[in-house]
Design a protein around this ligand. Structure first.
Ligand SMILES: [Zn+2]
Length: 217
């Protein structure tokens, strides 16, 4: 079971089709493995359909909006059992296979200093302004300390990493911004591979900043 999920507003944007393609991919990869979030998106999709039908009479008050959000937030289903089954099966989302093939470890990684490798895959999303980057941190390895100038949406594709906010396992979803100065460490026995969509470059805060700029963007 995943412990880090997209927030409700992000799921609403996804449901409404407002996310860019790379962002939507991050959400889809998470949804493929997280039945809890899938059921939230189903609820949002139904609400969206109802609202479309009732336009223009439906004016959503802030009270109505809050009650929808709280319903979605408390909408725990027995889906969680399904999640753990999917996670156990270790099934990799087909969208990911289509994009990157079966062997994440065998991609043409560019080694950075230390424990970090990167692969910029922005060109797989023609017409997008965002940078889309795969990052790999060797098992047990540490990334240099860094902060983020813009917003970075990340999903863990393999292995796990930890920082001061907790442990992020496969298919966990995290959004980092200017306020997050962290130093991720790959935990477990597998290299940790993440997919990140960046709205602005990362700013390194430790030594070697200039040399290391790419990980961790
Ligand atoms: Zn989820």
């Amino acid at each position: 079971m995943n412990s880090h999920h997209p927030d409700t507003l992000t799921l609403m944007e996804f449901s409404a089709g407002n996310l860019t393609e790379p962002h939507a991919l991050c959400i889809r990869l998470h949804l493929d493995q997280c039945a809890d979030c899938r059921s939230r998106v189903d609820t949002l999709d139904s609400l969206g359909a109802v609202m479309m039908e009732n336009q223009p009479q439906t004016e959503m008050s802030s009270g109505m909006f809050d009650s929808i959000l709280s319903k979605i937030d408390s909408d725990d289903t027995d889906a969680e059992r399904e999640v753990s089954t999917a996670a156990k099966a270790g099934k990799r989302a087909s969208a990911l296979q289509k994009l990157l093939g079966d062997d994440l470890n065998g991609l043409p990684w560019k080694r950075q200093l230390g424990d970090v490798s990167v692969l910029d895959i922005s060109d797989r999303f023609p017409g997008q302004n965002e940078q889309v980057v795969l990052q790999k941190l060797v098992a047990g390895g540490k990334a240099p300390s860094h902060t983020h100038r813009g917003e970075e949406t990340t999903i863990v594709l393999q292995g796990a990493f930890a920082d001061q906010k907790g442990v992020f396992n496969q298919w966990d979803f995290v959004v980092l911004n200017q306020e997050d100065n962290h130093r991720p460490v790959a935990v477990g026995c597998e290299d940790c591979i993440t997919l990140s969509v960046l709205s602005a470059p990362v700013k390194l805060t430790g030594t070697f900043s200039r040399m290391l700029n790419p990980f961790i963007r």
